[in-house]
Design a protein around this ligand. Structure first.
Ligand code: SF4
Length: 83
C-alpha cells in the first residue's frame, strides 16, 4: 500500500490530453506524460482494497495494488516486473 492516507491527501488527477484541433494534425501520442510528482501522488491514492476490483477485473491479471505501491516508492524495475 502506497500511503495509508493518500486517498485523503490527493485528489484524482489525470494528465491533460492535447486539444483536439491540434491532435488532428499528427499521429503522435496526445496524452502528455505525467510528472514524477503526479505519478507518486496518484499511486499513493491506492487503498489496497480488501477486494481489489482493479485486480479481479484486469484481463491480464495484473496485481495493481502492488504495482501502485512500487510506483509510489519509485521502484520502477519492481513495478515493471509486477506487470
Ligand atoms: S481498486 Fe485497486 S487501484 Fe483502486 S484503490 Fe482498490 S486496490 Fe487500489
Amino acid at each position: 500500500m502506497g500511503k495509508i492516507d493518500g486517498f485523503l491527501l490527493y485528489d484524482r488527477d489525470l494528465p491533460l490530453p492535447e486539444a483536439v484541433e491540434s491532435r488532428l494534425k499528427h499521429y503522435r501520442e496526445f496524452q502528455s506524460l505525467p510528472s514524477s510528482e503526479l505519478l507518486n501522488h496518484q499511486a499513493a491514492r491506492c487503498m489496497d482494497c480488501g477486494i481489489p476490483f482493479c485486480q479481479s477485473a484486469c484481463p491480464l491479471g495484473n496485481i495493481i495494488p502492488e504495482f501502485n505501491d512500487a510506483v509510489y516508492k519509485n521502484q520502477w524495475k519492481k513495478a515493471y516486473d509486477i506487470l
